[in-house]
Design a protein around this ligand. Structure first.
Ligand code: ASP
Ligand code: MG
Length: 320
């Protein structure tokens, strides 16, 4: 993607009054095929498919997070209560996985009001959709395998059945090798410094897993070793982080301690605390894949906003 962002005119794409060109239409056909392939695979594995919530009293705090750039959180009052626009459905996933369905997926719209400067990265949107999964009692490795299958099989489906689209997009798509390589964040940091994400992405032609990233309270932290059993998947060619996920915290004392350590308002997470105190919060692992970023990578987009019919580029509020 590097270099391509300069060719992209965000104001023009956000204008939405001109008919879509061939290229844009091809992108949306690819997206349809990818979502169908991924949903079919998950359904065939016995996953439930739930529809998302948009407003809720509880959502992902998105804090602490080394990549934090939220300039505003959307909170409104309805029926005398404050609700928030979903920043991610992590809290709902943890509750749901504890209440019966032990594996499921959700296409979940998220609102994250990123700072305007992030328009230029080519990979940020202030509304986007995650393909979220959560699996009771799972470990990270099982989640790696599931997403590796979703990614390679959807690339395969696009390569086999969408030759015309790839031609229009001038995209020479190759099948990545699985399993993807796994790196520890601290090792990358030592080797490349703060810029590790870009460096590792430019050195690899396939996506890579990065593990052990200190962040939100809900990801599992091993108190003895200090290791975080969480991960990101980094795409090549500058398309950025496309998945983040983790094994989860499920013990009351630990959750409470981490919420306090992070200075987070405990009230919003009372349901997690209550379930965990009663021994009803099941251990699980899961993750979410940024749909638009993944499609941007498949089609070789100049900017991830090309993958949205109504682009949500940081700093730009279009008329529709
Ligand atoms: N989807 C992520 C997870 O499952 C949360 C996030 O959006 O960062 O951990
Ligand atoms: Mg997160």
């Amino acid at each position: 993607m590097k270099g391509l962002v300069e060719e992209f005119d965000p104001e023009r794409v956000a204008l939405i009054r001109e008919p879509m060109d061939e290229r844009r239409l091809a992108i949306f056909r690819v997206q349809g095929m990818v979502l169908k392939t991924m949903a079919d695979i998950l359904l065939s594995k016995g996953f439930y498919w739930f529809l998302p919530v948009i407003l809720s009293r509880a959502t992902d705090p998105l804090w602490p997070d080394p990549d934090f750039s939220i300039e505003k959180r959307i909170e409104v009052e309805i029926y005398g209560k404050t609700v928030r626009a979903m920043q991610s459905m992590i809290v709902h996933k943890r509750v749901l996985v504890s209440l019966g369905p032990e594996k499921f997926f959700i296409l979940s719209p998220n609102i994250r009001i990123e700072r305007s400067e992030r328009a230029k990265t080519g990979k940020h949107l202030y509304e986007f959709t995650q393909l979220e999964i959560e699996v009771a009692y799972a470990k990270m490795q099982e989640i790696f395998k599931i997403y590796e299958e979703l990614i390679t099989k959807s690339i395969d489906a696009v390569r086999k059945t969408m030759k015309d689209e790839l031609e229009i997009l001038k995209r020479d798509l190759h099948n990545p090798e699985i399993p993807f390589k796994i790196y520890k964040r601290s090792v990358l940091e030592e080797k490349y410094g703060n810029n590790w994400q870009e460096k590792i992405a430019s050195e690899s032609k396939d996506p890579v897993w990065v593990t052990d990233i200190p962040r939100e309270f809900y990801d599992y932290e091993d108190e003895e070793t200090g290791e975080w059993r969480n991960f990101d998947l980094i795409l090549p060619e500058g398309y950025g982080e496309v998945i983040s996920g983790a094994e989860r915290e499920y013990e009351y004392e630990k959750i409470l301690k981490k919420l306090k350590r992070d200075k987070i308002d405990v009230k919003q997470y009372q349901i997690l605390l209550d379930l965990s105190r009663d021994g009803k919060l099941k251990p699980s692992a899961g993750a979410g894949l940024g749909v638009e970023r993944f499609i941007a990578y498949l089609v070789g987009a100049k900017h991830v906003a090309e993958v949205q019919p109504f682009p949500r580029i940081p700093g730009i509020v279009p008329e529709i």
